[in-house]
Design a binder for this molecule. Sequence first.
Ligand SMILES: NC(=O)c1ccc[n+]([C@@H]2O[C@H](COP(=O)([O-])OP(=O)(O)OC[C@H]3O[C@@H](n4cnc5c(N)ncnc54)[C@H](O)[C@@H]3O)[C@@H](O)[C@H]2O)c1
Length: 428
Amino acid sequence: MRIGIVGAGYVGLVTGAGLAQMGHQVTLIDIDRHKVEMINRCESPIHEEGLDSLLRSLVPDRLKANVEIEDGFGNVDAIFICVQSSSSDNEHLDLSYVMAAARDIGRALGNRRGEYPVVVVKSTVSPGSTEGVVIPLLEQSSGKRAGIDFGVMANPEFLREGTAISDFLEPDRIIIGGLDAKGEAVLEEVYRGINATVVKVDLKTAEMIKFASNAFLATKVSFINEIGNICKLLGIDAYKVAGAIGADPRISPHYLRAGIGFGGSCLPKDTKDLSIVARRLGYEPTLLRSVLEVNERQPLRLVDLAEKKLGSLRGRRAAILGLAFKPGTDDLRKAPSIQVVEELLRRGAVVVVYDPAAQIRAKAIWPDVVTYAESARQAVSQADAVFILTEWEEFKDVRLYAGKAVFDGRRVLKPSDVSGLNYDGICW
Ligand SMILES: NC(=O)c1ccc[n+]([C@@H]2O[C@H](COP(=O)([O-])OP(=O)(O)OC[C@H]3O[C@@H](n4cnc5c(N)ncnc54)[C@H](O)[C@@H]3O)[C@@H](O)[C@H]2O)c1
C-alpha cells in the first residue's frame, strides 16, 4: 500500500520504518529539514536501537522523507498523523500541531484523484478531538466530506522508546477506532501480517483507551513510589515488597520499579491532559492529581536524601549518571534528571553530567551551567556525590563508585553489589 506519514519523530519515524519493513511504500513528511535530510541519508535522528540499520535497508526504495507535502500526496491509501501533541502548563489542551497537520493533509486531499484515502490519527489526542477538531479541519481545507470522500480513523500507538521497533512490529493490541467500515478495512490491510489482538471501537473510545492506558501506568509508578517512600522511612527495601505483591496476577510485576518517577513525552502529558478533560467536564480527578503530585516531588527526594547525608550541597561536586528518561533513548522530555540537575544547581552544587545518548540534547537545555563528561568514570572522578538517574547498563559497574557517596534513583546497583559502598537508594 502507499502510505503517507506526517511527523517523523519518535512515533512517525518508527511507524514509517515499520510499515516499510512490512512491504508498504512510505513517504514521511516533517517540517524539520535537518531530520528529513538525516533520514534520507539513512541516519536516524533519534537514538533507537536497530533504526539506523533498518533505514539503510529501506531508504530510498521503500521509505523516503520530504519537508513538504508534494502533489500527489493525497493519492496514498492512508495518511498517518504522527505529530506531537503538547500539553500546556495551564488548563488548556494544545492541539496546534495536530490541527496544522490536519489542514495540510486536507489541502492534499482536496487535490487527490485516488480511491478512498484514510486519514489515521496516531498522535495521542483527547477523547473527542478527532471528531470535533480533526474532521472539521480536514473537511474545511479539502472541500470534501469525511465518510464519503475520505475516511478518518483513530489508531493510537503504544510503542515504548528503547524497544520501539519491536513494539511496533509485535504489539500486544491494535486499536482501530472509527465509524466507517471502509476505513476499518484499509487499516486492517495496513496491519495485515501483524499478529495482535485487534480492538475495534469508535473514535472517542480509541482516544480514551490511550489516555487510560498511560494514566494507569503512571498510577502504578506513583503508587509504588509512594509505597517506596514509606518503605524508606521504615528501613524496608521497596523492591522486596514490590516483588512479592507483583507475584499476584491481579497486580503483576510490571511498572513496580520504585525510583525517581516517570518521565518522557507520554505518561506525564497524557495523565495531565486526562485531568484537564475531566475538570472541563466538571469532575475533579483526585487520583490523577495525586499521581502527578507524587511524581513531581519524587526526583527532589533524591536531592533531599543527599543533603541529609552530606549536609549543605553548596560548592559540592555532584556527578549525574544518566539524563534520558529511560535507557535506550536520547529523549529528555520531562525526564526526572532535569529536576534533579536544576535542584542541585539551585542548592549551589557544581554539576558534571554524563549520558551515553542524551548529551547532545542536554546541551540545548544547559549550554554552560553544567560540565559534560566523556565517560561515567570521568564524571565521577572528582565528585563528592554521584546520582544515578537512568538504568544504562554501563552504570552497573560497581567499580565506578569506590570511595564516593552514591545516591541511586533507579536501583541500578543490586544490594549484593553495594556492601562496602557509601550507598543510598531512594526507596530502599
Ligand atoms: N514518543 C513515544 O514514545 C510515543 C508513544 C506513543 C504515542 N506517542 C504520541 O505520538 C505523538 C508523536 O510523539 P513523538 O514522540 O513522535 O513526537 P516528536 O516530537 O518526536 O515528533 C513529532 C514530529 O512532528 C513534526 N511536525 C510537527 N508539526 C508538523 C507538521 N505540521 N508537518 C510535518 N511535521 C510536523 C515535528 O517536527 C517532529 O519531528 C504524540 O501525540 C505522542 O503523545 C508517543
